[in-house]
Design a protein around this ligand. Sequence first.
Ligand SMILES: [Zn+2]
Length: 191
Amino acid sequence: MDALDLNPDGYGGTYKLVGGRPSLDFVNTISWPDTEREHDWLALPENARRWFAAMELPFPRGKTVDVAPLYKARQLLTRVLRPLAHEQTVPEAALAELSKAVAKAYQSRAIDPRTLAWRWPEPSTAQDALTPLLLDAAELVTAADHERLRYCPSCDWLFQDQTRNGQRRWCDMADCGSRDKARRYYHRTKA
Ligand SMILES: [Zn+2]
């Protein structure tokens, strides 16, 4: 898995798209959450634009875009998706907030008179740009089965296991997977 070209701003690690779903990769824009190594990849607004481009999601054009709504939405999606991946109960308040945000996003949808298909407007604010992420999260929550929604036992990044055998354990074999392998090898040889 290749690292995404985000400005690390002095941080030693890399950011990779491991989630398999845009809302999970969005939650993963915080590395090592709730640890001393925690790093927010979207702390630099320029990274927000690069992230949306890498996801092939529309982002407002203007040079100065207020990215504050991104942080708020990421916090909300984390409150919903992390417990879901950990097979814990999702707080009702968070679900209510997600429902409200999705309902609001739907208000901007319109039928294109030429194609007769639903069309989303070009985003003019960061809040608008969040729509596909909110919808993706809602789809994950309301899916019949959450079995393939997982978290990395090493770094807590979230991902959807899309492997055929459903045995994916790590965010990335090259990072957390190999770290674990090395650790196990070390313990074995020490004993
Ligand atoms: Zn990991």
